[in-house]
Structures are given as C-alpha cells and as structure tokens.
Design a protein around this ligand. Structure first.
Ligand SMILES: [Zn+2]
Length: 284
C-alpha cells in the first residue's frame, strides 16, 4: 500500500504535520520473521527480505528484551526503516543452552561445551542472586532499592572470581540446605563469609534423603557433572575436540538439571522491580 504522505503536494499546517507523521509511522512495516539469541536479534527486512543480524550491544545498544525498536535495513541497496519487537525474555543461561541446537547442527562441538559450561555458571549466579537478593526483597526483608543495589555490589565484589566449582558449592549450600534470610545483616554476613566456606557438597546418602524426587535426582546429577573439566580441556593448551556423543550427553543432562531445579526453586521467576543495570546485568 503506498504511503499517503507521498500523494501530498500542499505544505501541511502544524496539526496536519503531526497527523502526517503518524500516518508515515503507520507506513513503516514490522518485521514478521524474527529470531533471537543471547548476543543478536535477527530480523528479515519486510522491504527486501535481507536477513539482518543486529548485535544487541553494538547495533541496538540495548541488552534488555526488545519490545519495540525502529531499525534500518543493513542491505546497502535497501536501507529502509522497519520495526522489530516481540523479543523472547529468556534468562541468559537459557539463551546459551538454546544456542547449542544451532552449534550442534554446524558441528561446532567445542563451542557447545563452552556454552553449556557457561550456562551452568550463569544459572548458579542467577540462583545465588535470587536467594540472597530477589526473594528477601520481595518478602520485604529490606525495602529500599538502594539497599538492593548495595547488596548487589557486595555480592559481585565477592563472587566475581568464582568459577564453576565454587559457584556449585554455594548453590548447594543455599538450595540443598534451604537457607533463608530474615535480615539484611544475615545476608551481609553470609556474603562476607563466602570465601571461607568449606566444600560442603552433601554426600550421596544425604542427597538420597532429599524429599522431592525431581530435585533429588537433579542434585545427584549436578554433583557428578563434569562439564567444567571438559570445558577446561577444550579451552586450555590441550585444545580438546569433544565428540558429538560427549556433547549430546552433556547437553541433555544439563537441560534436565537446570529445568528441574529452575522450576522447583522458581529461580528464573520474573521479579517486578528494577535493579541498577550495571550491577544486575553485565559489567561493560
Ligand atoms: Zn531491506
């Protein structure tokens, strides 16, 4: 349908200008075919069908899910505007796991292992935030967003250097032993003593007594998970090349563990409050 503005030949008045701008806006089409991953938003241009890959940080300059944004087609013969939106609101670890389907298809098994291990680390981090910050804030253990941001900073100053093993230990400590925090002082004390905590992953007989069967099985699998060792072999000097079978086994196992623990403990639950983005999302 031609844009109504193109048929005008008389200079519009102020009121008309606004109307025409609105009409012009209506002429800018929405991308109908879109897809997204952790780093990029992909959209087929509705004018020329060029597949545009918008990097969230460099091109769109926004890391939150995209509800609506006007973009310009990258195709140099097109360069027309269109709208994108309807982004998925997956957790970052979910994105990394979903990316593995594509990586498996193109047989980039080393990258699959990196994604899967990083997804676990991000899941642990999110779970730690949920237990120490989001749930107490929701339950009014403390009330001000300034307190929430201060706790975020304290937590990240402490766990910044933690990798898989230590994050897994903290996860077990918080969730297997069902820790709860009734005051801001309890949260601060817990964060302050994280470095000194011993390896307290429960032994098998203790895990066997965990009341919920799905969570119990997931805890058992998580305890034995060796994706971090595999990741280290891939990354470091060995440059280990994993087989398809190794990747598929870990992929299935990690999906199962995260899915069970996520739904049982409501880790990915969306909380209706904002947190200082620099602290909650990523350090640039
Ligand atoms: Zn285009």
């Amino acid at each position: 349908m031609p844009c109504p503005k193109a048929t005008r030949c008389v200079a519009p008045t102020m009121g008309e200008t606004e109307k025409l701008e609105q009409l012009n806006d209506m002429c800018i089409p929405d991308a109908e075919e879109t897809d997204g991953n952790y780093e990029n938003f992909i959209a087929k241009c509705p004018h020329c069908e060029h597949k545009n890959i918008f990097n969230r940080v460099s091109d769109l300059e926004i890391v939150e899910p995209i509800d609506f944004k006007r973009v310009i087609c990258f195709n140099s013969n097109c360069r027309k505007p269109f709208n994108i939106g309807g982004d998925s609101i997956n957790e970052n670890y979910e994105y990394l796991i979903l990316d593995c389907y594509e990586l498996l298809e193109i047989k980039r098994y080393m990258y699959c292992i990196l994604n899967l291990c990083q997804a676990c680390e991000m899941f642990f981090r999110r779970a730690i935030e949920t237990k120490l910050l989001f749930q107490p804030y929701r339950d009014k253990v403390f009330e001000h967003t300034e307190q929430l941001n201060a706790l975020f900073k304290k937590l990240y100053d402490n766990i910044e250097k933690y990798t898989f093993d230590k994050l897994r230990q903290v996860f077990f400590n918080l969730y297997f032993y069902n820790k709860s925090f009734q005051s801001i002082k309890m949260i601060e004390d817990y964060i302050d003593t994280l470095d000194h905590q011993k390896n307290i992953i429960p032994d098998d007989s203790e895990i066997e007594k965990y009341p919920n069967i799905k969570a119990r099985n997931a805890f058992k699998e998580l305890k034995c998970l060796g994706i971090n060792k595999l990741r280290n072999n891939v990354v470091h000097k060995y440059g280990y090349r994993p087989s398809k079978q190794e990747v598929e086994e870990n992929f299935k196992k990690i999906q199962g563990i995260i899915c069970a623990l996520d739904s049982y403990f409501k880790i990915g639950e969306k909380y209706q409050f904002s947190v200082d983005k620099m602290q909650s999302n990523q350090k640039k």
